[in-house]
Design a protein. Structure first.
Length: 591
């Protein structure tokens, strides 16, 4: 019985492989059968293919000959011993496969052991992610799996996992690209304008986060919040209260003032959340790209964070200048951001309420929110207060795993479902998270009722992180929150720097000079006056200011080369940002 090293065997019409007691090729004409299978595949443009277990490379040259120029094949082998055999075979085949730029090898290393290395899959995952970055993920629209032999069956589940990884990478890239196409210029404009505002003494800017020994209650503006209002008001002093921006108005209508409100919207629509309040009386946790006019409503401290909307050297330069605040990973919804911050604010429990990601028919937000009030104002005899968009908008579908207090199924959208899934992936292994019932979509964390939480408060009081709340996991069964912390604190800048605005003004001036240099050399490039040797330096500087091209639909995270058409568009964006910084610098007080 052969179950260790792969064995080459001569069969009718060619050579086959036996490994782990399995015949990996057909016993009759193995090469012809593999080439016939390769010829049957229809290869699509802009597609990233995984070729599972190439073995003796039968049929691979057929695939490469018909592969569209915009597609790419990554040959993956998860068995170290088969990987060594494939590499030896590849050396004998010559340059037809090994030298083509449209084929990359991702092979497990050969440790000469009987068992596959436990870390092989993880290392291959990391290699695939770096490879897609290197070859340019922006050229792909989908990922597909190719199988030419029985080697795939040895690790079929792992190959499917790798395919799913690539599909998610491509999908995530294009979701982010869609956001950047529409929002990046506004993000950058708001960042510069906000930093100009922070030079004013009345801004009340603070780096870092507040802290408390109490449990933290994070409330969203979902319809279930209305069922928790009385409970929150009765036990208000027992926890630190964080509200998302849209929930602020609903809480104040019931005379509940949060300790902190989280703001991250970059568009002026965020003003609607505070339309009935000329000032925001509680502390604010704000993204540096938040809509500037909202932050100017603050009458208390502004705690700043930077949502990592893209891999950009702008953040590196802010850090070098001592101006980069807490760096948050891309979290999507403001509710998820609020929970992420809450885990750093306290060592006690973090309780979630009103972050629903679902809604009953006709009501997307809780009562008292601006959207609900708008529908009340528009109500007539012929138009009731029900939000008909919640019933009729394309993409709304029933959520089978969520019902309201009357047992009726809630509704959701693909975007809200994606937010809920992201929330669950990020927080489901923490031992400090609890979800208050009733709720919207399940979030992958333990749930408890109001009476259970009230009983805990009456028995133990607040601020005792050593006590276990009802419904929580036993200690040690989940990973600690510290294992998921991704935000990086920067040292606070001296207050004098913000009083006089010198450091911020210096940063903006240097950024403006870099953009002007790019504009001047880019103009010379278009006029044919730029030396060929200077072009790589120009591309390098453009890549250091990625925000001038990241919102272009066809570009990746870096430019590899530029032509006249692309350079014209880069210069238009560069000129725009030069003006944006100039206008922001005019807002800085001069002594």
């Amino acid at each position: 019985m052969q179950d260790k090293a792969p064995l080459l065997t001569e069969v009718s019409g060619g050579t086959s492989i036996v490994f782990k007691n399995k015949e990996l090729y057909s016993r009759r004409f193995p090469q012809a059968r593999a080439e016939e299978r390769a010829g049957a595949f229809t290869l699509e443009p802009h597609t990233l293919y995984i070729l599972a277990s190439p073995l003796l490379w039968y049929g691979t040259e057929v695939l490469l000959n018909k592969l569209p120029s915009s597609s790419h094949i990554i040959a993956v082998e998860l068995e170290p011993q088969l990987a060594a055999l494939s590499l030896r075979t590849l050396e004998q085949l010559g340059p037809n496969i090994s030298d083509t730029p449209q084929c990359t090898l991702a092979f497990a290393s050969d440790h000469n052991s009987e068992h596959k290395d436990e870390h092989v899959l993880d290392s291959i995952k990391g290699f695939l992610q770096s490879t897609t970055e290197e070859i340019g993920i922006e050229q792909f629209r989908r990922a597909r799996l190719l199988t030419l032999n029985g080697g795939y069956r040895l690790n079929s589940r792992d190959y499917s996992t790798l395919l799913q990884l690539l599909e998610e990478e491509i999908q995530q890239f294009w979701q982010n690209k869609y956001t950047l196409m529409h929002m990046l210029p506004l993000f950058i404009k708001n960042i510069f304008r906000n930093y100009a505002f922070f030079t004013r003494p009345e801004a009340g800017l603070k780096f870092g986060l507040p802290s408390t020994a109490k449990p933290v209650l994070v409330v969203g503006a979902g319809p279930s919040l209305g069922h928790h209002i009385s409970f929150i008001r009765s036990h208000r002093q027992r926890f630190y209260l964080i509200a998302v921006d849209t929930a602020y108005s609903a809480l104040l209508q019931h005379e509940i003032r949060p300790d902190l409100v989280v703001v991250q919207e970059s568009q002026f629509y965020n003003l609607y959340d505070f339309i009935h309040h000329p000032h925001i009386e509680c502390d604010i946790l704000a993204d540096i790209s938040s809509y500037p006019r909202v932050l100017q409503l603050a009458r208390s401290s502004i705690y700043l964070y930077a949502g990592k909307f893209a891999e950009t050297a702008l953040f590196d330069r802010l850090q070098d200048a001592g101006l980069l605040p807490l760096l948050f990973p891309p979290l999507g919804s403001v509710g998820t951001t609020a929970v992420h911050a809450a885990l750093s604010i306290t060592n006690s429990k973090v309780i979630v309420a009103g972050i629903d990601f679902a809604f009953p028919a006709g009501c997307t937000h809780t009562r008292g929110t601006p959207r609900h009030q708008l529908h009340l104002l528009q109500t007539t005899r012929f138009c009731g207060p029900e939000d008909m968009e919640a019933r009729t908008t394309k993409g709304v579908f029933p959520a089978r795993d969520a019902v309201d207090v009357y047992g009726n199924p809630l509704r959701t959208t693909p975007t809200l479902r994606r937010y809920a899934d992201n929330f669950a992936r990020r927080f489901q292994f923490l031992d400090r998270m609890l979800l208050l019932q009733p709720r919207g979509l399940p979030l992958g964390i333990p749930e408890l009722r109001q009476e259970q939480l009230a009983s805990y408060f009456s028995t133990h009081g607040a601020g005792q992180p050593g006590k276990e709340l009802p419904g929580s996991e036993q200690p040690g069964t989940r990973q600690p929150a510290a294992d998921t912390a991704e935000n990086t604190a920067q040292a606070p800048a001296p207050s004098s720097a913000y009083t006089e605005g010198e450091r911020i003004d210096t940063f903006m001036r240097e950024e403006q000079e870099l953009l002007r240099s790019i504009y001047a050399r880019g103009t010379a490039f278009l006029q044919g006056h730029l030396d060929r040797e200077a072009v790589p330096g120009l591309i390098e500087d453009i890549n250091s200011c990625e925000y001038v091209f990241l919102h272009f639909p066809e570009t990746g995270r870096a430019l590899r080369q530029v032509d006249a058409t692309l350079m014209k568009r880069v210069l238009v964006a560069t000129g725009h940002y030069i003006k944006v910084i100039e206008e922001a610098r005019e807002l800085i007080p001069r002594s």
